[in-house]
Design a protein around this ligand. Structure first.
Ligand SMILES: [Zn+2]
Length: 270
């Protein structure tokens, strides 16, 4: 296997309607950095999309699940099952994902939790995964959630779902790449509660002392798609001065050059 520092989007849809229609896929994000391989938030279609792209998910070092919602977690048991013989395989999951309460619901089965090295986390934890350090960060979403700051020779940040809150920027300072789940466009007249809109994204980026080199927006709703995600990315770019691109299903980003490979699942581009 060739060593690469890359991010591959196994889906760029977000929310219930997109997930159910698969107008955009919902397979989460694959990251390979410093010979360490991670899968984040595998919603439905993660395994089948990886297969279509010719990406083998064998030998992942860790699975990261930010919160319980199905568009982030449905394929998690299957991914763990595929690593049943790997005693070093790590699961980092927001704690309700592995320990349901009365207000939440089971996501990863007890059996599958027993197949991996498990970290049930809240914000503010630091976990070493092979050559990377993963810090969990707070999020303001409709379910308990954590974001991730993934640090190695590059820093990749993923605040996960949730609206902007004051002070959020300090967790993602000095990131090379910031991946934002932006569900609503500008102007936003629907105000989806506890979800990031374009205005939130601009606030977060502009509040940073050391802005990222690249912002990628994804996790699109129909509302966001109808507003044209390319146009929305341009608004963010103009208001922040940071290059911003909308992710496509199957998009591959080279982490070192920040270049995007043209291929991908063209027929699914929304
Ligand atoms: Zn969610």
């Amino acid at each position: 296997m060739k060593d690469e520092n890359q991010i591959i989007f196994l889906g760029t849809g977000g929310g219930r309607s997109i997930m159910f229609s698969q107008a955009r896929r919902t397979g989460g994000i694959f990251i390979e950095l410093d010979k360490t391989r991670l899968l984040i938030d595998p919603g439905p279609g993660s395994l089948t999309t990886a297969k279509e792209l010719g990406l083998s998910l064998r030998g992942l070092d860790a699975l990261l699940v930010s919160h319980i919602h199905p568009d982030h977690s449905t394929d998690a048991n299957a991914v763990i099952d595929g690593h049943a013989d790997d005693e070093n395989f790590i699961l980092i999951a927001e704690k309700h994902v592995v320990n349901p309460t009365k207000e939440t619901y089971p996501v990863i089965s007890r059996y599958h939790q027993g197949l991996c090295k498990k970290y049930a986390v809240g914000p503010g934890e630091k976990i070493k995964v092979k050559n990377l350090t993963i810090t969990t960060t707070p999020a303001r979403h409709s379910a308990p959630a954590v974001g991730f700051r993934i640090a190695g020779t590059k820093i990749i940040s993923y605040p996960c779902d949730g609206s902007y809150f004051r002070g959020q920027e300090k967790y993602y300072d000095s990131s090379d790449i910031l991946i934002l789940n932006v569900l609503a466009p500008f102007p936003n007249d629907k105000k989806m509660a506890k979800h990031m809109d374009v205005e939130d994204a601009i606030k977060l980026i502009n509040a940073m002392k050391d802005k990222p080199k690249l912002v990628i927006i994804q996790h699109f709703s129909f509302y966001m798609l109808r507003a044209d995600v390319r146009k929305q990315a341009k608004i963010i770019e103009k208001k922040t001065g940071v290059k911003c691109i909308p992710a496509r299903d199957g998009m591959k980003l080279d982490v070192d050059s920040l270049g995007v490979e043209k291929k991908g699942l063209e027929k699914f581009i929304g």
